[in-house]
Design a protein around this ligand. Sequence first.
Ligand SMILES: [Zn+2]
Length: 300
Amino acid sequence: MADDAPPLVIDAHTHAFPPDWVADRVNHCQKDRWFGELYEAPSAKMIDAVELISAMDAAGVARAIACGWPWADPGLCREHNEYLAATANASGGRLAWLGTVAPASPGAATETERCLALGASGIGELNADAQGVDIARPGSLADVAEVLTAADRPMLLHASEPVGHRYPGKGTATPDRLLPFLAANLDLRVVLAHWGGGLPFYELMPAVQSLTRNVVYDTAASSYLYRPEVFRTVLDVVGSDRVLWASDHPVLEMGKFLQRTRRLADIYPEELAPIMSENARRVYRLDDTVMSVESIKVPE
Ligand SMILES: [Zn+2]
């Protein structure tokens, strides 16, 4: 990557929690099975929005998209959404946010509408396994998808690999199980996290590529899963307008992952601006939500 005039960086996938939940994580480990699986280990980092912005300052990241958590309980989703809406609104444009909804419970479509009215840039990161949804079943997430399609707002979905090492939170949203969902929602903008669990590689098949015209991939947790060559390989298959740079901070520390990307990823100079910020702006329609990115002061 060229060092001269680096483009603005938007981290398209991060997580933040209300500070009192960070202080009392044990309680939430008991309330939510999936959360407990990931966060019962004291080494698993959990941060609030203030710490997220500090990490952005340290890394030189202009903006981040903050996600909550795929709670199974709609009440926790609602509270989390209120926290993210308030912190994003107070962040001077540094944070955009995605609403979280519990798709297996009634009211998910209404909560989706409420999030969009509160300024959410989309919904996510939803997690089929955490939230009791069979992603391969016809009609999965249909009511949430319908609201998002009508509003032209994206859904960020956790995706994982059918192969490789096991890790807490991996789940079963693998490419073969995601394709029926994509086929049923061709007009929905979908962001598949973690390089889509390897779906980009199957885009060499025209039958798969025909289902992904509204699908983009984020790089969240990339170095936890893949060698740096994944950037060049996926870019060559899907093109530079369908990859969003993202860390999954604090899973991967964003500053370290940014340096690692700059040092090791073989990204052509003309691909930098799309991958590091422009694609996220377009897909999440960031300029329609809050102030334009140019007006945000980037820390030195
Ligand atoms: Zn994820």
